[in-house]
Design a binder for this molecule. Structure first.
Ligand code: 5RP
Length: 293
């Protein structure tokens, strides 16, 4: 362990310099991986824009039935045309996503906590790699609690899933968790996202924060950003635009889509930002038009 005394704060992120070592494949940090990994990544991320709109509906894994997600069987087919990737539990995906749906799948593989507890940071790997293979999962999502009570076990979970994923060429999505008492500063996100990336994941999911461009620049694999708590639609579109213009490769949005009065229009508006370079203002105009149809 390095001596921490006199440690210098990192400062030079070269935010305007593109990621080096990217020739040959369109996503940063993936160039040296094999065909199977690249194929899964190209299923998740649109090779034309280089970005993804993931729709997160895995909230039931610790929240049970959530407002907006009461009937996944009805919601998911409506949203399918407007998102690139479905992120959910195997129970939700097997029961509510038709196998004919041509969407990539981000399979939530950790579990173990519920809203009834104060500390949500203790989880286990709840899905065998064989089941992820059977489901043709494009990536496996692991909740990772850096700085929390459950840090050690969540790093253990993350390592096990990455090791299994490397055996069968299935990417791992490391989800940077923010527990109730954990800070949401750029200092925290720089630390947590980089630890998660250095463990060997192929995708990191995190949150917007001050100096997000530095968080993204220092992360050697693509970052997708969670929507977080429900915001007014205009603010959620601003968030999406903000992170995309600062180096994110997409969003992994849940409540800001499924709790919108107009989830389909919202998913479409987010897509416009992520894939077509709309500004938040253009996407907001689009949303208003679509939601009045
Ligand atoms: C839980 C998750 C959720 O999928 C994630 O938070 C996305 O949903 P939202 O946009 O509602 O925050 O990973 O940790």
């Amino acid at each position: 362990m390095a001596d921490l005394e006199g440690l210098k704060a990192s400062k030079d992120y070269h935010v305007d310099t593109p990621f080096a070592n990217q020739d040959g494949f369109f996503l940063k940090g993936i160039n040296h991986l094999d065909w199977g990994m690249k194929k899964h990544m190209a299923n998740i991320f649109n090779p034309k824009s280089g970005n993804t709109v993931m729709f997160a509906f895995d909230h039931g894994y610790f929240m049970g039935s959530t407002a907006g997600l009461e009937r996944l069987d009805l919601l998911l087919p409506q949203l399918a045309p407007y998102v690139d990737c479905f992120m959910g539990t195997r129970g939700a995906i097997r029961t509510c996503v038709a196998p004919e749906t041509a969407k990539s799948i981000a399979l939530r593989v950790t579990s173990g906590s519920s809203m009834l507890q104060d500390d949500l940071s203790h989880e286990v790997v709840a899905v065998d790699i064989e089941d992820a293979i059977r489901m043709n999962a494009d990536c496996m999502a692991v909740q990772t609690f850096i700085g929390a009570d459950g840090q050690l076990s969540s790093i253990d979970n993350l390592s096990k899933v990455i090791n299994a994923g490397m055996r069968y060429s299935i990417p791992t999505l490391g989800v940077c968790a923010v527990g109730k008492d954990m800070e949401r500063t750029d200092r925290f996100f720089k630390l947590a996202t980089r630890i998660i990336a250095e463990m060997g994941v192929q995708i990191v999911k995190t949150y917007d924060c001050e100096n997000f461009e530095e968080v993204a620049a220092a992360c050697p694999v693509p970052i997708v950003v969670a929507g977080g708590k429900k915001l007014a639609e205009q603010d959620a579109l601003k968030l999406a635009y903000n992170v995309m213009s600062k180096g994110a490769h997409g969003v992994d949005m849940g409540r800001n889509i499924f709790q919108s009065e107009h989830p389909i229009a919202m998913a479409q508006a987010v897509c416009k930002i992520v894939h077509e370079g709309y500004t938040d203002k253009e996407a907001w105009d689009f949303f208003q038009e679509e939601s009045h149809k």
